[in-house]
Write a protein that binds this ligand. Sequence first.
Ligand SMILES: Nc1ncnc2c1ncn2[C@@H]1O[C@H](COP(=O)(O)OP(=O)(O)OP(=O)(O)O)[C@@H](O)[C@H]1O
Ligand SMILES: [Mg+2]
Length: 395
Amino acid sequence: MRILLFSGKGGVGKTSLAAATGVRLAQLGKRTLVMSVDPAHSLGDAFNLGGDLFHQRTSEPFAILPTLDIQEVNIQHEIRRHWQEINGYVSSVLRTTGVSDVEAEELAILPGMEELSAMMYVNQYQREGRYDVLVLDCAPTAESLRFVSMPTTLEWYMKHIFPFQRTMLKAVRPIANRVSPVELPPDNYFSNIAQLFRKLEGIDTLLSDPAITSVRLVTNAERMVLRETQRTFVYFSLHGLTVDAILANRVLPVEIHDQFFVEWRTSQQAILAEMEEYFAPVAVRRVPLFTHEVLGRDRLEELARALYSDAQDPAAVVRAGRPYTFEKLEDRWEIHLDLPFASKGEVGLFKKADELVIEIGTLRRHIGLPTSMAALEPKRARLESGKLVVELRER
Ligand SMILES: Nc1ncnc2c1ncn2[C@@H]1O[C@H](COP(=O)(O)OP(=O)(O)OP(=O)(O)O)[C@@H](O)[C@H]1O
Ligand SMILES: [Mg+2]
């Protein structure tokens, strides 16, 4: 199974491009599911399903074409399926703090539940072998990063906090429940979490295998959007995911000559050139601004034609390598960067705010450092068989 993950800033066109990709894949005969991981779903709208059955929001895959399903993960339904115990506990705690029943139910939907549920589905579909391709339409950047970092966070929780919490509660529950105003979680709360965790096992391997998962970053040719895209690119790399294409959406078509757009066009061209240089060797693909919104099958097909050539398989693995990886060692961090053309003595290195700047001859590469590494200082760099290794340490 292939997983194509569409991420990017709010409103750039993730849902439209994910849906168009789904339509193209289905037409190529691949069993495809487009799944919306964004709590503010609009996948049904992209297919113009209106008041259709789909909007009864059952969370189940809904058939659009013989080989195309779409699914919007519905958190209320998921709670009934997986979260009853956990949710029940959290809302009972909230109620003891004086929040009304309805409010408690709402508040008990913890952030991250949609992402977790979506991941369970990904695992389930992988196991069942039901689809050839899963297209994930993610929420705007911040949340999709939460999606990909969730497995590591959970693993940490399960390793370090979970066993301790469970043992401790076993010991104190009999007394504590008599004296404490807040009821402690029943033991099935823990077995539920452990069961959940098992459902998620292996998901990080799926996400970090470039032969399975590829990230497509959707962007617009605007400076502010580009900055976020660069940062996202680095974050995905940090979590071990491979970005294999940048999709620059809503590029002004050449046939527009209106004076009003002259400046827009000039700045778009400049930013597109910058994008290509920055993301190389990852391809930047351009998608024109259409004269209309992208709603319904026909429009999605039109968008797919702009995005892919006739014979092109959107699920083909085009990039197996990771452009750079971050590694935490005992006393330092290392960044490993593919630099097949560099030779010793050519590489300059310095830090500018929270970016690491690498100069190779006249070429300059900015690497946005993740927050956890922003305060570190580059100490040493060495070239090892086409790779640049940068050591960073605390000041
Ligand atoms: N190339 C295009 N030309 C014209 N309209 C477009 C194009 N791409 C997307 N749109 C329209 O722009 C709007 C936003 O697109 P879309 O919903 O796909 O973005 P999104 O990134 O998924 O947004 P969100 O972050 O809210 O999920 C939609 O109305 C869509 O039809
Ligand atoms: Mg969307």
